[in-house]
Design a protein. Sequence first.
Length: 110
Amino acid sequence: MQKLKKPLKKLNPENLAADISRVTKNDVAQIKEYVKLFIVPRLDFMSGEDGNLYFAFEDSYVETEWKDMISVHYINTSYTVANTVMRVHLFLTDEITSEYYVGCFTLRTI
């Protein structure tokens, strides 16, 4: 993982929605609702003893498989291809160490 310039943020709908909105230019309030409904509940089982998770947000992750699939899909359309893949790394504490790293997931614009 690349060296991070910013500290980890606490995983909650407000923080994650703000990062996603910054990249996608979509309404932060709407994203916050989606994060609250579809992302946070799926990650609850990973939280540490204090019930918290922290995250690092990669806004320019290149996922070659997705890029190939999306190119094949859009080759015969007039849609503009959005190349944005975001990756979210999860930690049990606000320390960036392999001991506290619990995994990552990707988000893609469609």
